[in-house]
Ligand binder design. Structure first.
Ligand code: SF4
Length: 389
């Protein structure tokens, strides 16, 4: 039995079943229990979705799997876009014709420790790896209900939650599209959607992705990013013992200012959020990532950096500074690189570890905040924050 299995809702599709759930299904068909583990390994460890190719299963079982169960990734790759910097964007289509995207970001050794893609959530050294490690960014919802004003995903609102099968399917497909000489190493839940707003599917997906008989991703190499859903941060900490890496989109050290760009702040203001971060049962020597998008004339002044350092004092965090990615139709802009440097220096002087995320995949609109819902009818509702000067 999987050690950290949280109290999961039942699986909805074949791809969402854990080995013990496969065993129960196959035993009901008169098959030995161990076949459950074999089927799970084919699907998740090897990424083989066609029962006919599961060669260590008897022909009768392969036929029955093909006949009785629809096993597919619940999500298909409709096109692949390659960026000049090696970033690869997979355009995905769901069974109901929705569009989503997953991004594969290589971490060349020269860039490790310098970029977002290079960021190792575990803080472990990666330079000695013979293969180029790849970070995959995946989505958890079609659209997003959180309405952050700087984010393309939030502009059109929430269309629907993604299933655990659709979430895991992105990683199975992503691994299959990882370039030769590369290895999928980190998965970040930072694409379209607020992962903790879709907690049940995300918890099952986490359990599947980290299962030792499946993809076997280390929990410390899986990052859940949240805009600050406090009860679900607590739940994640409880269910996974704090081992799953946590990233928090903060973007402002001031309640009134944060509420202007992130409506969730009105429900869970900063003091409540900071308390939740203090409670998160983080293992020793690990840190929570704080995402901070720098917006010109809004939150990118050295005085904001000072306030941020005060807010984060005593917390085990590192700050990921992200110059705003321009979103079509949204007039907000990133600050100049000189202003970014000044912000970073002030934060460092305040004793807060930080790094600047360089943009990856800009030329294919794969950078964070650009996962637009191009095929969805758009009703853009941007409430611009009050800018200084
Ligand atoms: S930043 Fe994240 S939480 Fe906010 S609207 Fe975009 S996807 Fe949703």
């Amino acid at each position: 039995m999987y050690k950290h299995l949280p109290d999961l809702a039942p699986p909805q599709t074949a791809l969402e079943r854990l080995p013990e759930e496969w065993s129960a299904q196959l035993e009901a068909w008169g098959e030995p229990k161990y076949r459950g583990k074999q089927v799970f390994q084919w699907l998740h460890a090897r990424g083989v979705l066609d029962p006919a190719a599961m060669t260590n299963l008897p022909k009768s079982l392969r036929d029955r799997l093909a006949q009785d169960l629809v096993i597919d990734a619940a999500i298909q790759v409709s096109s692949v876009h390659d960026s000049e910097d090696g970033t690869k964007k997979l355009l995905l289509t769901t069974h109901d014709g929705r569009t989503s995207e997953a991004v594969l970001i290589p971490m060349p050794s020269a860039e490790r420790g310098d970029t977002y893609a290079a960021e190792d959530p575990s803080g472990e050294e990666t330079a000695s790896e013979p293969q180029t490690p790849v970070t995959q960014c995946i989505s958890t919802q079609i659209g997003c209900a959180m309405g952050c004003v700087f984010c393309a995903s939030g502009l059109a609102g929430l269309k629907r939650h993604m299933s655990a099968g659709e979430i895991v399917g992105q990683v199975i497909l992503g691994r299959a599209h990882t370039a030769e000489g590369s290895r999928l190493r980190n998965v970040v839940f930072m694409g379209m959607g607020e992962p903790l707003h879709n907690y049940a599917a995300v918890a099952r997906a986490l359990t599947l992705l980290t299962h030792p008989e499946g993809l076997a991703l280390s929990k410390r190499r899986v990052t859940i990013s949240t805009s600050g859903l406090v009860p679900e941060i607590d739940r994640l900490g409880r269910d996974f013992g704090g081992e799953v890496q946590l990233a928090v989109s903060l973007h402002s050290p001031d309640d009134a200012q944060r509420s202007q760009i992130m409506p969730i702040n009105k429900k869970h203001p900063l003091p409540e959020l900071m308390e939740a971060l203090r409670r998160y049962p983080l293992p020793k020597r690990r840190r929570i990532t704080i995402e901070y998008t720098l917006i010109k004339g809004f939150n990118a002044d050295p005085s904001d950096a000072k306030k941020l350092a005060e807010l984060l004092r005593g917390l085990p965090v590192k700050v990921n500074l992200i110059p705003l990615n321009r979103v079509e139709g949204n007039p907000l802009e990133p600050p100049s690189w000189d202003d970014v440097d000044a912000f970073q220096a002030t934060l460092r002087d305040g004793g807060v570890a930080n790094f600047v995320r360089r943009r990856k995949g800009d030329d294919i609109a794969a950078a964070c905040g650009q996962l637009a819902l191009r095929n969805e009818p758009k009703k853009i509702r941007v409430a611009l924050p009050q800018l200084r000067g």
